[in-house]
Design a protein around this ligand. Sequence first.
Ligand SMILES: CC(C)(COP(=O)(O)OP(=O)(O)OC[C@H]1O[C@@H](n2cnc3c(N)ncnc32)[C@H](O)[C@@H]1OP(=O)(O)O)[C@@H](O)C(=O)NCCC(=O)NCCS
Length: 169
Amino acid sequence: MTGPVTPVLREMRWWDIDPVLGLERELFPDDAWSRGMFWSELAHARGPGATRRYVVAQDGDRIAGYAGLAAAGDIADVQTIAVARAYWGTGLGGRLLTELLRAATAFECAEVMLECRVDNVRAQKLYERFGFEAIGVRRGYYQPGNVDALVMRLTDPATSVQGTEIRHG
Ligand SMILES: CC(C)(COP(=O)(O)OP(=O)(O)OC[C@H]1O[C@@H](n2cnc3c(N)ncnc32)[C@H](O)[C@@H]1OP(=O)(O)O)[C@@H](O)C(=O)NCCC(=O)NCCS
């Protein structure tokens, strides 16, 4: 018999915002989200009209990563995805992305969009592995620093989803 894969993926709740903010500031030092942004995203993550899906990866009492997706009609957007440095290269980014694509499928979205810094090769490799394709560039999207964003798109997320387990709570 096998136990749960660690870290365990589960829905992000408001009490996760503090540890998530700690990671957010470490991993996105130039343009970290505020506490209010996470609150406002989570406000749309429950109930019959929900348009958001946010998950955290929990390893014991520590948050090892998090990710969120927003659905608007036919199109979903990867709002954020991040993994604590100690877990990079362990496949956790892939597990989080799988859960977002599963959510996009549940929201009945035909495509999933995202923006990524042009210099973030690690993230681009992850997205390409799942079938995302670069479709354009937004000049100076990331400020300060004036860094361009690569716009990537995945069509038909349902066919890209691989097996992973999730706890709903
Ligand atoms: C991007 C991120 C979420 C990936 O998480 P992860 O747990 O390392 O993801 P995985 O282990 O599933 O996959 C990492 C991919 O990077 C590749 N990679 C590993 N080391 C790398 C390196 N030094 N340079 C470039 N790519 C590398 C791996 O090959 C792997 O791709 P593969 O499966 O095709 O081989 C994580 O690095 C992160 O949080 N970065 C900071 C925040 C961020 O940039 N978020 C994305 C914003 S668009």
